[in-house]
Design a protein around this ligand. Structure first.
Ligand SMILES: Nc1ncnc2c1ncn2[C@@H]1O[C@H](COP(=O)(O)OP(=O)(O)OP(=O)(O)O)[C@@H](O)[C@H]1O
Ligand SMILES: [Mg+2]
Length: 357
């Protein structure tokens, strides 16, 4: 890709029989923040290590700013890194911790001081230069880690689960801070996480990995609204799946037989009667109606199995047709009780996924 800052070209890394990265190809544009997202063990850290040079791929090439760096040693790759165990030096002040990367680069003292102050300002810690790590909160320590990674103005910033040691509230704050800093500096960043909320909130684009492979690459909206597989749909957000088979196809719509119901959806290209399909609905796309309310197309009787109060919304588990489960959320103003008969309206224009197996 012409404007790629980071490029993985068919990168494979094996550990014995295990393929940690399987022909991984990925381009990250200049100034883009891309998240690698996937379950534990899917190969995210391995990909990052291949990029840093800590790990040598068995096959494939890696490019940084158009240059093949596959055989270039780590310290010549000019990368800023923040890792899960961000390990500040405990016996050094914040100032010395942040100065460290500049010391090993032999920069003159006035230059060093200026860069350190800039970096501390960036993370709003200029008043803490003389503090020791033990005198800082977890979030402040994390920001020092970020300042240390940014102090020498790397072209690329790599972050591997940088927030996993923080509590939920701090994680969310730091999320926005990282995004803000990265955007302000126009830096290219690769961010590794297995937290889908973090990925959706932070990323320009998300790369979903599964078993060493790239499963889907897209903006947060694309990934959430049009997952290309059951794996992605399940990994991001809550989903309802209904297995069925195509009954009739009429122009743009088709009817799918599932759980004793006939559900209308957008027709798959080339769909034919008898074809197995997997219908997929997000919990917020299903309308919940009273049992005696209006009927109409794609509206089916259902029974409330379980309710959970979530403040703004109610979470319902329902049973429809001959026993299929459905989960949905509605605003909490109108409530239904466990055991109550209701109706649900399913969306007709829907992304769907064909069963992969
Ligand atoms: N040095 C190593 N030797 C042998 N196997 C390894 C090594 N490093 C990683 N692996 C294996 O490669 C696979 C991918 O590991 P990796 O650390 O990249 O996963 P990850 O996606 O970062 O997971 P997590 O979310 O848990 O950090 C795992 O099955 C892991 O056990
Ligand atoms: Mg990892």
């Amino acid at each position: 890709m012409a404007d790629a800052m980071i490029e993985f070209r068919d990168v494979t890394k094996r550990y014995g029989a295990l393929v940690a990265n399987d022909r991984l190809s990925l381009s990250i544009r200049r100034g883009e923040l891309m998240t690698l997202l996937g379950p534990s063990g899917c190969g995210k850290t391995t990909a990052l290590r291949c990029l840093t040079g800590y790990v040598q791929p068995d096959e494939g090439r890696i490019f940084l700013d158009g240059k093949d760096v596959t055989d270039v040693p780590t310290h010549q790759r000019e990368l800023g890194m923040v890792f899960q165990n961000f390990a500040l030096f405990p016996h050094m002040t914040v100032r010395d911790n942040v100065t460290f990367p500049l010391m090993i680069r032999n920069l003159p003292k006035p230059e060093r001081e200026r860069l350190v102050l800039d970096a501390l300002r960036l993370v709003r810690l200029e008043g803490y230069a003389g503090h020791y790590p033990r005198q800082l909160s977890g979030g402040q320590q994390q920001r020092v880690g970020l300042a240390r990674a940014l102090v020498y103005h790397p072209k690329v910033l790599l972050l591997d689960e940088p927030l996993s040691n923080l509590d939920a509230k701090l994680r969310e704050e730091m999320r926005f801070e990282i995004k803000e800093v990265v955007t302000r500096l126009g830096i290219t960043a690769m961010y590794v996480t297995h937290d889908q909320g973090e990925a959706l909130a932070l990323s320009d684009r998300v790369a979903i990995m599964n078993r060493g492979r790239l499963q889907q690459l897209g903006t947060p909206e694309e990934i959430y609204e049009s997952p290309n597989s059951r794996f992605v749909a399940e990994f991001i957000g809550l989903s309802n799946f209904l297995d069925g088979s195509v009954d009739t196809v009429r122009g743009e719509t088709m009817t799918v037989a599932t759980s004793g119901l006939a559900i209308e959806t957008r027709a798959l290209p080339g769909a034919a009667a008898g074809q197995k399909v997997l219908l997929f609905f997000r919990p917020n796309e299903i309308e919940l109606l009273p049992a005696d309310g209006e009927s109409g197309s794609n509206t089916f009787p259902a029974k409330v199995e379980k309710t959970t109060y979530l403040g703004d919304t109610m979470d319902y588990r329902l049973v429809i047709g001959d026993g299929a489960d459905l989960r949905l959320q509605t605003d909490a103003r109108h409530r239904y009780a466990v055991g109550e008969a209701v109706r649900v309206r399913l969306p007709r224009v829907r992304s769907w996924v064909v069963e992969e197996r």
